[in-house]
Design a protein around this ligand. Sequence first.
Ligand SMILES: C[S@@+](CC[C@H](N)C(=O)[O-])C[C@H]1O[C@@H](n2cnc3c(N)ncnc32)[C@H](O)[C@@H]1O
Length: 241
Amino acid sequence: MNNWTDFRDRSQGRRHAGAGTFLIEAARDLRTTGAVAPSGRALARVLTEPVGARPSRPMAVLEAGAGTGAVTRALVPQLPRGSSLDIVESNPRFAGRLRRLVASHPDLLSRPARVEVHQTRVEELDTDARYDVIVSGLPLTNFAPDQVERIMSRYMDLLHPGGILTYFAYLGTRRARALTASRAEARRHAEVDEVMAAYQRAYATGRWSVWANLPPAHVWQLRKAGVSADNMRHAMVGAWQ
Ligand SMILES: C[S@@+](CC[C@H](N)C(=O)[O-])C[C@H]1O[C@@H](n2cnc3c(N)ncnc32)[C@H](O)[C@@H]1O
């Protein structure tokens, strides 16, 4: 058996086990886990689209809130050669699974990239690194508005000028909360939406609906203003040729 068939077979097993682990972690702490099942492939594909968009240039990528690796699995094969990937996950059991996924992924064995799993909250990540793309899986609408503000401003600090943040939000959660939760909880959700709307007004470049996910979700892309040094170099080389 070659690396790929071996990995694919183990991966399918892990995917099923991942769904079980996810459910257990959701039962333990639904607010932080944010879902009862990992993202589906369609959602993972849309979320990671900016990573595959520039296949010829190495990039620095951060994935925040990677869970059991549903999005990581879509992301790794798209990483251009020479790229780096930091994976941040606050749940130690998920972080352990992610380390095993990274250690056995055939794309990383055959095309080494610097990949590191950090078991911490993304707002506490201790780094001077800056990223071309941040893929966020965090359940922001479960958090307090001031925590969401801290996370969003941290993401913007962590991006290079011209860098892209992608994240998703499940459809209909605010409406469901307004109908089923306490008034305080519905107000908290509305305040989080206001924080997010301010970032969307300032930085959004696109929003896609992914219906083939349970539950369906919107994927947002936000772009930090400015031109990255890399883009500038390419533009100048183009102008000189
Ligand atoms: C909705 S799940 C998404 C998991 C995975 N990205 C997917 O799409 O299947 C959210 C994940 O974010 C993690 N998480 C929650 N708060 C976090 C934080 N402050 N920093 C890093 N990870 C966090 C949770 O443990 C969980 O694994």
